[in-house]
Design a protein around this ligand. Structure first.
Ligand code: PLP
Length: 401
């Protein structure tokens, strides 16, 4: 019999969200008829808006005609790559630097393959689990050692440091996953903070994998939406982004990654060329139908719909924040991101999770699942139908006393 991959064996049991789903199931089995409302996961809930939806439908219909048919599109439709450069980067990138993907998470996995197992890894603590778990799967980290994986530098993001880590602590010649606006803390890094990050990465020869999946939730005009708004980033950063959260494409699957031509390894070799090779080898491109939807999302009407949809979820976030503050729970996030990070000092997040489920039948996400610094926090997600969010907020009042 074939032996188990030791890297897979190093993964700590229970990826966060399956574990939450398991606990929900157990609760529902014990309390048949209970209406559980989820403020737990980052899955979108609202229908794709009409103009963008029409882009998908027309794109699919076109594939059934001789003129509209297309096959493999490798790095992605050229017009979509050009449009991404115009809309998100002020035209600063050529189409050869933008790679269309089937989503940010999938590209993060492929990026881990690009850098391999011999590289030091750092993350914000707390952080989106795929940075850490993917690093373990590729052999760049692990096994689990008490409070985190060996081989990973966890940089705490706490109330004291404004949820921005000490970037002078990032390892040399490694990769640093940085997400802004952040999942789970909801913190959006300022220009000064990102300047410090880029400076530190360049000094240390470390690459930043900048996850901008929530950039369209930024409402404060001074906050950067991309790492490439920062001078010098083209020589030390890769950016992943996605149509999932702004356009509701979580099930459609479409994203992109920017790998600047200037980005080189220590020996001067091009990272972009390697990325192109990897994508061509193990990925045959995003769905053409999804890309037609992406084109619709980025025209004038589509961008208005993106704004409308993200405004809707930010409206939910405002309600959740208000409900928590009325309870006297201190929280951050929710103003430039769909996540609210709520603090329960001295408590274990899985216990708070269980209490909220028990008393309010509201599902949340325990902060410990995002890293050791999340131990006393709960993440509330603003992805939900408005009546459900309103009801969940009323129920949260039940936590009083
Ligand atoms: N990056 C972050 C920070 C996320 O929170 C998520 C999804 O929750 C993703 C990436 C996944 O994006 P996609 O649906 O494009 O794979």
């Amino acid at each position: 019999m074939i032996k188990r991959n030791p890297c897979a064996a190093n993964i700590k049991a229970g990826y966060l969200f399956p574990e939450i789903a398991k606990r929900r199931k157990e609760y529902a089995a014990k309390h048949p008829g209970a209406k559980i409302i989820s403020l737990g996961v980052g899955n979108t809930t609202e229908p794709i808006l009409p103009h963008i939806d029409k882009g998908l439908v027309d794109g699919a219909a076109g594939l059934g005609t001789a003129e509209g048919y297309s096959g493999y599109a490798d790095e992605g439709f050229e017009n979509l790559r050009r449009r991404i450069s115009e809309v998100f980067y002020n035209g600063a990138f050529g189409i050869d630097e933008i790679f269309i993907s089937d989503g940010a998470k999938c590209d993060i996995g492929r990026l881990q393959l690009l850098f391999g197992s011999g590289v030091p890894v750092a993350v914000q603590d707390p952080s989106y689990p795929v940075y850490v778990d993917g690093s373990v799967l590729i052999g760049a980290a692990g096994p689990w050692a008490e409070d985190g994986y060996s081989g990973i530098t966890y940089l705490p993001c706490t109330e004291e440091n404004g949820y921005f880590p000490d970037v002078t602590k990032i390892p040399e010649n490694g990769i640093f996953y940085f997400c802004s606006p952040n999942n789970p803390t909801g913190a959006a890094a300022t220009r000064e903070q990102l300047n410090a990050l880029v400076r530190s990465a360049r000094e240390r020869g470390t690459f930043i994998i900048f996850d901008a999946a929530y950039s369209e939730y930024i409402r404060e005009s001074t906050l950067p939406k991309s790492i490439f708004e920062i001078d010098g980033a083209k020589t030390c950063a890769v950016e992943v982004n996605s149509f999932s959260k702004p356009a509701g494409f979580t099930g459609v699957r479409l994203g992109w990654t920017v790998v600047p031509g200037e980005l080189v390894y220590s020996g001067g070799e091009s990272v972009n060329a390697d990325w192109n090779r990897i994508c061509g080898t193990i990925f045959n491109g995003a769905s053409n139908i999804a890309q037609y939807g992406g084109l619709a999302a980025l025209d004038e009407e589509g961008l208005k719909e993106i704004r409308r949809l993200s405004d809707f979820y930010l409206g939910n976030a405002k309600l959740i924040r208000k409900a928590l503050r009325e309870l006297g729970v201190s929280c951050v996030g929710g103003d430039n991101s769909p996540y609210i990070w709520a603090r329960f000092p001295g408590r274990d997040s899985w216990d708070v999770f269980a209490e909220i489920l028990e008393k309010c039948q509201v599902l949340t996400t325990p902060g410990a699942g995002f890293g050791p610094a999340g131990r006393s926090f709960i993440r509330f997600s603003a992805f939900g139908h408005r009546p459900d969010v309103e009801e969940a907020c009323e129920r949260l009042a039940g936590l009083r006393g």
